[in-house]
Design a binder for this molecule. Structure first.
Ligand code: 4FV
Length: 218
């Protein structure tokens, strides 16, 4: 649900998300509240009552736009800094939903009464963006890649950062030596058990060094 639908195709049809759509693993589309404005200038925002800077998204076009897509089992999520913080755990939970309606705020925000239209509020982090579009694409990306058949190797998700509770282990590829820095010998041993153990240890070291807060939960 966005006032800027043109922002989405370049991201949502690229790479993994594009393949997911081609495989039918996920379908997405944009609905523009502006198409539901009954104002002759197709207005979707207005000045805030009580004064103050900027414009507020009006509730009525939003209500009609959401009603045009909401169906049995839809989960309507408003992207906003005031929402619960998005996480890998939340992304996994959202894979169980049949239909996500991601509502992108814009301007100074949305009329407070529109909160009644949403099932929940999600934030992608404690900073203020211009609109909810990038957050919506972020959520769509993190959820879609967890859907069956989207990533080439199913287990690629299980071993990813956060899914294991740890950061990813260090990865290497050619050349074998780069500016005198060699790839760890164990990776050429062919001993998969030894490699898995080395990777587990390396993931723990990386987590301890970069994100000690995660270690206690790993
Ligand atoms: C945001 C966030 C975010 C706030 C004003 C849109 C903007 C404008 N959304 N996580 N952080 N939204 O900054 O989700 O309406």
């Amino acid at each position: 649900m966005t006032l800027f639908p043109d922002m989405f195709a370049p991201v949502m049809d690229a790479s993994i998300l594009g393949r997911a759509r081609d495989k039918g693993a996920v379908e997405w589309g944009c609905v523009n509240p502006r198409d539901f404005s009954e104002d002759k200038h197709r207005k979707v925002d207005d000045r805030p009552f009580g004064g103050g800077p900027g414009m507020i998204m009006s509730v009525e076009p939003l209500e009609r736009a959401i009603a045009s897509v909401r169906k049995e089992g839809s989960k309507v999520i408003f992207l906003s800094p005031q929402g619960d913080t998005f996480s890998d755990k939340k992304a996994s939970e959202l894979t169980q939903e049949g239909h996500l309606v991601l509502v992108c705020g814009h301007y100074e925000g949305v009329d407070e009464r529109a909160m009644a239209l949403f099932d929940e509020e999600l934030s992608v982090g404690d900073y203020v963006l211009t609109g909810g579009e990038i957050p919506a694409m972020l959520v769509a990306d993190a959820v879609a890649r967890k859907l069956p058949g989207v990533l080439k190797k199913e287990d690629a998700v299980e071993s990813e950062s956060f899914a294991t509770g740890l950061l990813d282990f260090p990865q290497y590829t050619r050349p074998r030596v780069w500016r005198g820095r060699e790839v760890p010998e164990v990776l050429f041993s062919g001993d998969h058990k030894k490699i898995a153990e080395w990777r587990r240890q390396a993931a723990r070291s990386a987590t301890k060094r970069k994100r000690p807060d995660l270690l206690s939960r790993a």
